[in-house]
Design a protein around this ligand. Structure first.
Ligand SMILES: [Zn+2]
Length: 276
């Protein structure tokens, strides 16, 4: 995919998520009237139930860059034919990446063996079809490293979205070819591990994301946009928090925002250059 230079791309979000709609966010309004003129986003599907919605959104607006996969939280409920359905849709939609997929030991009752089996299928599919892949990882950095190091036939490029792993593993994942995206939730000074990691990640592997509706910035962050479905409900992240991610990352690294933004867009083009 030959993306034009310029915009700031959200490397990971779920614009089609029902939680956003339930909190009064309209994806149609966002795309028509509200998104910054230079906005664009990688929208990730997480299970067969939302793959078609992501692909349909991408068909209506070229600023939506689709990826589809089976999130580790959806592994348990997967239909038997998930892998063949995923492969068929990826072949039918050549400009589509693979993900969100990965490993998660944080969720209750995590079956890491089963998750690993499913994750390896994604790696193999992305390798065979030459597609970039997005990884979700929570509290499973050792197993993730093991799987990636044990898989010689990896995707041509992959993103560790919202990287919250140990700074010590950054050089390992860099050598394996990883890109890393910075979440607005890392504007929280208490996220010391993620912030330490993003200080040392090489500039040419950095991206920014919102993960909307998940992972909102702290409410007192300047420019933070928060949504709620109910008064007493959890805060959700708005896709407009991409600007918060960029400013926070630039501040953390002591970099000029505009020059960092240009570097991030070059990185995005490098990540997606394998798409037809
Ligand atoms: Zn996500």
């Amino acid at each position: 995919m030959d993306l034009p230079p310029g915009p700031l791309t959200d490397a990971h979000c779920h614009l089609h998520d029902d939680q956003l709609r339930g909190a009064g966010f309209s994806v149609e309004r966002w795309l028509c009237d509200e998104a910054p003129a230079d906005w664009r986003g990688i929208v990730n599907g997480t299970s067969p139930a939302d793959w078609e919605a992501v692909l349909a959104l991408a068909r209506t607006d070229a600023r939506i860059l689709p990826q589809i996969g089976l999130h580790p939280w959806r592994v348990r409920e997967r239909p038997r034919d998930w892998a063949s359905r995923l492969e068929t849709l990826l072949i039918q939609n050549p400009q589509t990446g693979v993900g969100e997929c990965g490993l998660d030991k944080w969720i209750e009752g995590a079956d890491i063996t089963d998750q690993t089996h499913v994750f390896k299928e994604h790696l193999s599919l992305a390798h065979r079809l030459n597609r970039p892949l997005t990884v979700h990882c929570l509290r499973a950095w050792g197993p993730l490293r093991q799987v990636l190091e044990g898989t010689p036939n990896r995707p041509p490029a992959f993103l560790l979205h919202g990287y919250g792993g140990p700074p010590e593993l950054v050089p390992v994942f860099v050598d394996l070819g990883a890109y890393f995206s910075y979440s607005p939730s890392f504007a929280d000074p208490r996220k010391t591990r993620a912030r330490a990691a993003f200080r040392i990640i090489p500039r040419e592997r950095l991206l920014v994301e919102t993960d909307a509706p998940s992972m909102p910035p702290p409410a007192d962050t300047p420019g933070a946009l928060l949504l709620k479905a109910r008064e007493d409900g959890p805060c959700l992240s708005h896709p407009g928090n991409l600007a918060v991610s960029l400013r926070s990352l630039a501040g953390l690294r002591g970099e000029d925002t505009e020059s960092l933004r240009e570097a991030l867009e070059q990185n995005l083009r490098d990540l997606l250059k394998f798409l037809q």
